[in-house]
Write a protein that binds this ligand. Structure first.
Ligand code: G3I
Length: 327
């Protein structure tokens, strides 16, 4: 009984989790994280720019490498998250006193992308090259990169990453990529143009931070298909399904029907991926409520993962398992 094993063997798909070397110091947690439940892992934070290039041109791969060694030891492939993102940038970039121009920032961006991909060549086979570049209305997000370069920064980053590691599968990743709407429509049109122009975009990451009671299998299937109909692969990169109601992060505080609804929702999102031939897998954003980012951002809510705060499996786990077995 292991989700990763089943996905890999029966479906030839990935079932992953996000973690960090600091959460892996918790031994009971690490035992599950390193088990055959998972065949792929993502660094939750430690490959982000502020951590990996804290000073201009000075790279610190310590935490990143630690998780790679752990993944190796536990036979898990690694998703790289993330090369270009407006959030968790180091202060030396986010500094209002530094008047960045296209001419000064472009070589910094190039050096960052190339150095990180080169360092992990052969160790990281999927990269979130650009993260969260769209607004909800489908326009490009106004970031330091977009202001200086327009959407070209995505074209350049894909090209640099591909030159450094031609074998890596390159992604553009975002949230609210699950259902049809203005964001999915214009992102898909942009991705189609990148593919037609010959840029090495290989896949779309749909983060899938979802809400209990708002998960619809047919709706997600249609949304994901919008990205795959012109050949791209698709991955659900950061799955969690949180409660919006204020019963906290412990599933013991929720009613049987609320727990059942979350299980249904995990079933639906798993089915949606399995419905789409190009959906190659899903990754939980931490597998347990114990280390979820959600209560830190939405106080009083949470309980979003298939394992609870005590590391016990919830009905959501069994529901995903059933969805996979049905395939
Ligand atoms: O490391 C410091 C620690 O030294 C300090 O004592 C502590 C005090 O707040 O903060 C720690 O850093 C926190 C870090 O997580 C590690 O725990 C940051 O404050 C906190 O902002 C950071 O949050 C992360 C968040 O990205 C930042 O935007 C979450 O863990 C991480 O799960 C979340 O992941 C993002 C994906 O990258 C992109 N998609 C959305 C997703 C959820 O927000």
């Amino acid at each position: 009984e292991a989700l990763g094993g089943k996905m890999a063997l029966l479906q030839r798909r990935w079932f992953g989790h996000a973690t960090e070397s600091y959460t892996l110091e918790d031994a009971p947690y690490a035992a599950i994280a390193g088990s055959v439940e998972f065949n792929r892992v993502t660094h939750e934070n430690s490959l982000k720019w502020e951590t990996i290039e804290p000073q201009p041109g000075v790279f610190n791969f310590t935490l990143g490498d630690k998780l790679i060694a752990w993944a190796d030891a536990n036979d898990q492939a690694v998703r790289g998250h993330t090369l270009v993102w407006h959030s968790q940038l180091p202060n030396w970039i986010n500094n209002p006193a530094v008047p960045w121009t296209a001419a000064t920032l472009k070589p910094v961006l190039e050096n960052h992308v190339r150095t990180v991909v080169r360092h992990y060549k052969g160790k990281i086979d999927q990269w979130d090259v650009v993260n969260e570049m769209f607004n909800e209305d489908g326009t490009f997000r106004d970031t330091i990169f977009y202001r200086l370069f327009g959407s070209d920064y995505a074209r350049w980053a894909l090209t640099w990453a591909h030159e450094e590691d031609p074998d890596a599968l390159l992604f553009i990743n975002d949230y609210n990529f699950e259902y049809l709407g203005p964001k999915v429509n214009s992102a898909a049109a942009f991705f189609k143009s990148l593919v037609n122009e010959g840029y090495p975009l290989g896949a779309v990451g749909a983060q899938a931070h979802l809400i209990v009671g708002q998960v619809d299998e047919a709706g997600i299937t249609a949304g994901l298909k919008k990205f795959t109909e012109f050949g791209l692969l698709l991955y659900l990169t950061e799955v969690d399904i949180r409660y919006e109601i204020g019963r906290g992060n412990d599933i013991a505080n929720y009613t049987t029907s609320q727990v059942g609804q979350q299980a249904k929702d995990y079933y639906s999102v798993t089915k949606a991926c399995l419905n789409v031939p190009n959906c190659i897998g899903m990754t939980l954003w931490q597998y347990t409520d114990k280390y979820s980012w959600i209560p830190g951002v939405w106080a009083g809510t949470g309980a979003a993962l298939p394992w609870d705060v005590r590391l016990n499996k919830k009905p959501a786990y069994t529901a995903m398992y059933e969805a996979i077995l049905e395939q």
